[in-house]
Design a protein around this ligand. Structure first.
Ligand code: CP
Length: 302
């Protein structure tokens, strides 16, 4: 992993994924490790973020490093027409590693091809979100005691949800049984389903949510991604497609946990928050440990 960009979860093997999760578990036990003294990490968020940006910054500060960057391109020379390439070449002069979120699919891959320092993809359009994927895997392993042989249910916007794409692909390493719940318009893209088939695993697709709850070890709720819809009227049709409430969890398995990459709009009723099966805020905390592990690995410090 040393000096390598992380653009897609496909960039990491099963063994490399497990290695990152193991290092993250070490950081969870001992989060303040002064490994980044004198290092500078750039945090370039061309798209809005709360968890990803702040958990990266928290991870860096807990390791004694420094952060430069921006949380909106509105105050940068992008507004004057600067290209991604020129921005990356410039920022690489000031930093050892670049964390980048951008609305354009493929932008992180492009950045990694022009950058002299490693790039971590913090989300590129509706394509991939590999660091979220790693913290999702960490959360699954922590709550289930294993990543193997689980029944995982994905609910909501499986078409535009980049966290779903990355996590489905990664779970293909672990003999997962997939349940895919979405409106017909928001089904998982064929390119992602191909990974399931190539791994000789199975998936079932549903439009109804309730029948699949009792089978699920993990229920991975997602927001309908309003900002990705070309037509706002299409969003209006599906925006309330699935709303999980506490009553619906009466028949859930004892070990079942509710995950959500967040932000939530209305797809999980707030009455679920106090249910012991709700895990989404702990999941966001796990992002700090996983991002510490990633930075340390890519910089060759672990
Ligand atoms: N999960 C996630 O990517 O959240 P943010 O958009 O707040 O970073």
């Amino acid at each position: 992993m040393k000096d390598r960009s992380l653009v897609s979860i496909n960039d990491y093997s099963r063994e490399e994924i497990i290695k990152i999760l193991d290092i993250a578990a070490e950081f969870e036990q001992n989060t303040h490790q002064n490994l980044l003294k004198g290092r500078v990490i750039a945090s370039l968020f061309f798209e809005p973020s709360t968890r990803t940006r702040l958990s990266f910054e928290s991870a860096i500060q807990k390791m004694g490093g420094n952060v430069v960057g921006f949380s909106s391109s509105g105050t940068t020379s992008v507004q004057k027409g600067e290209s991604i390439k020129d921005t990356i070449l410039t920022v690489s002069n000031y930093s050892d590693l670049i964390v980048m979120r951008h609305s354009v699919e493929g932008s992180a891959r492009y950045a990694s091809e022009v950058s002299p320092v490693p790039i971590i993809n913090a989300g590129d359009g509706s394509n991939q979100h590999p660091t979220q994927c790693l913290l999702d895997l960490y959360s699954i392993r922590k709550t289930q005691g294993t990543l193997e042989n689980l029944e995982v249910t994905f609910v909501g916007d499986l078409k535009y949800g980049r966290t779903v794409h990355s996590l489905v692909i990664a779970l293909c390493h672990f003999n997962t049984k997939f349940h895919l719940v979405s409106p017909l318009e928001l089904k998982l893209p064929s390119a992602v389903k191909r990974h399931i088939k190539e791994a000789n695993l199975t998936y079932e697709q549903y439009t109804d949510f309730s029948e699949v709850i009792p089978k699920s070890d993990i229920i991975y709720m997602t927001r309908i991604q309003r900002e990705r819809f070309p037509d706002p009227l299409e969003y209006e049709k599906v925006k309330n497609a699935y709303i999980l409430d506490n009553k619906m969890l009466d028949n859930a398995k004892e070990n079942c946990r509710i995950l959500h990459p967040l932000p939530r709009v209305n797809e999980i009723n707030v009455d679920v928050d106090s249910n012991p099966k709700a895990y989404y805020f702990e999941q966001a905390l796990n992002g700090v440990y996983v991002r510490q592990a990633l930075i340390a690995s890519i910089l060759g410090l672990k």
